[in-house]
Design a protein around this ligand. Structure first.
Ligand code: BG6
Length: 463
């Protein structure tokens, strides 16, 4: 029987550093972080420098007993310019990372784009660019042909809904807009990117699988009434169905499309040829990230607005008002993290049960699960991160319960392997199993208590 995979995850911009070496082009995150729009002035230029520390990081994964590693490829390292000329040094870096994984029998799970579009795509409109799906499919085919089945698990895009929401509703990720029509077009183009990349993947008949990583868990309500259930359904469409239905079932839900049209959201870009491509090119597995749930109630008033807490300084809650659809509700008795996010581990159980109901037995990997915190290190750099251990332990409890009840869960990844750049929040919000001492130019790695806890946990749970 196939073994359950236990591992951890990172993403290129957040950990690699080496932003301008060995022929790499700029990504929209390089441009954004170097611009005035980046008010905190913190960048991923160096971060924890995985580019030069990957051997050490992968060795530490292996010593922890991890059997899989999720990372992303920087599109700008592979195709730095719009002329489509491949940067061989980019391939070499990821060849080396894969060889290191192989040395320790660590299964690579590799994402093609984790937020960091190349600047030349960004300059043409980024996710809104009419040819973004063709460009993405081209890049994907170059990657598939080079790495082939050395990568058994490919992921097209990381968190389409979260990325689109931050970029086009909250406005905290580049291109920093607040525009519902652009949000809708972004989601549609990402769905097309996914389908067109899968079409390239199938042509090669690799001994590998392809999936998509999704952000949101589930929508919950605190009052059981018809009105609240409608708000819940609207939220499920908004945060889940809009991407998961086309990616898994090959089509958008008809009632969802009606609702979008009733809301006067521009859908003029939708065309029949695209819908046929979506129909033919669905994912093999779902990557589900697990952080928190959405608690919602019926929409009351106000324009569409999505807020997050990037300050980490207080109780400001994340929240959504989606005009005519739903708005956030708050259960004041719940525990929150410092960034105003509810800590509710059962959300992943509810999510998995609902995914099974909606999408049957599609294999699911929990591709990220983690606790952001201000870690405090002792004089040796050691962090006793008991809150993180409790968070992970509780989430895993609910994941394994869902698995026992028949959900087809096949693996789990802690976010993150080591400390790395947290989008907009910088370096003080930490998620790693391993501490990185950013004050020391050598960027030493020091395993945290959670690393040792995970090591024991994996030993005891070799499923
Ligand atoms: C996920 C992303 O949504 O959340 C990661 O895929 C990210 O890239 C993680 O780092 C935690 O979010 P943040 O903003 O706290 O770093």
């Amino acid at each position: 029987m196939e073994k359950f995979l236990w591992g951890s995850a990172t993403a290129a911009y957040q950990c690699e550093g080496a932003w301008n070496v060995d022929g790499k082009g700029n990504s929209i995150w390089d441009d954004f972080c170097h611009s005035e729009a980046n008010v905190k002035g913190i960048t991923g230029d160096v971060s924890c420098d995985f580019y030069h520390h990957y051997k050490e990081d992968i060795r530490m994964m292996a010593e922890c007993g991890q059997t899989t590693y999720r990372f992303s490829i920087s599109w700008s390292r592979i195709l730095p310019k719009e002329d489509h000329v491949v940067n061989e040094a980019g391939f070499k870096f990821y060849d080396d990372v894969l060889a290191e994984c192989k040395k320790y029998n660590i299964v690579p799970n590799v994402t093609l784009v984790h937020y960091d579009l190349p600047d030349y795509i960004g300059n043409k409109g980024g996710w809104l660019y009419d040819k973004v799906a063709d460009e993405f499919a081209y890049y994907a085919s170059v990657v598939f042909k080079h790495f082939g089945d050395r990568i058994p698990l490919y992921v097209t895009i990381n968190e389409p809904t979260h990325n689109a929401s931050c970029a086009y509703l909250t406005g905290n990720y580049p291109p920093n807009e607040k525009n519902v029509n652009h949000y809708a077009k972004c989601i549609y183009n990402m769905v097309m990117c996914n389908a067109k990349a899968i079409r390239e993947f199938r042509k090669l008949d690799l001994n590998a699988k392809i999936g998509l990583v999704h952000a949101s868990c589930s929508a919950d309500i605190l009052v059981d009434s018809e009105e609240y259930r409608v708000a819940q359904r609207n939220c499920e469409w908004f945060i889940n169905g809009c991407v998961l239905d086309p990616a898994i079932k090959g089509e958008f839900d008809k009632d969802f499309v009606l609702k979008v049209k009733e809301s006067n959201i521009d859908l003029s870009f939708v065309n029949e040829d695209d819908l046929a491509i979506i129909k033919e090119n669905t994912i093999d597995f779902l990557g589900q990230n697990a952080y928190c749930r959405n608690v919602v109630k019926p929409y009351t008033t106000g324009e569409t607005k999505v807020t997050v807490n990037n300050s980490g300084k207080g109780p400001a809650r994340e929240g959504k008002i989606i005009k005519g659809w739903f708005e956030s509700d708050f259960n004041d008795s719940m525990k929150l993290n410092k960034w105003g996010r509810e800590i509710y581990p059962k959300c992943i159980y509810n999510c998995l049960i609902r995914r099974k109901k909606a999408y049957g037995d599609i294999p699911i990997y929990i591709t990220e699960c983690g606790h952001g915190a201000y870690d405090v290190a002792d004089e040796n750099g050691y962090v006793e991160d008991d809150d993180r251990i409790a968070f992970l332990n509780d989430f895993i409890y609910w994941i394994l319960k869902a698995k026992e009840e028949g959900c087809n869960v096949k693996g789990f990844y802690v976010w993150s392997t080591m400390d790395l750049y947290s989008w907009i929040n910088g370096y003080e919000k930490r998620y790693g199993l391993v501490r990185v001492d950013y004050n020391d130019p050598e960027l030493p790695r020091i395993p945290k208590k959670s690393y040792y806890w995970y090591k024991e946990f994996i030993k005891e749970h070799s499923l």
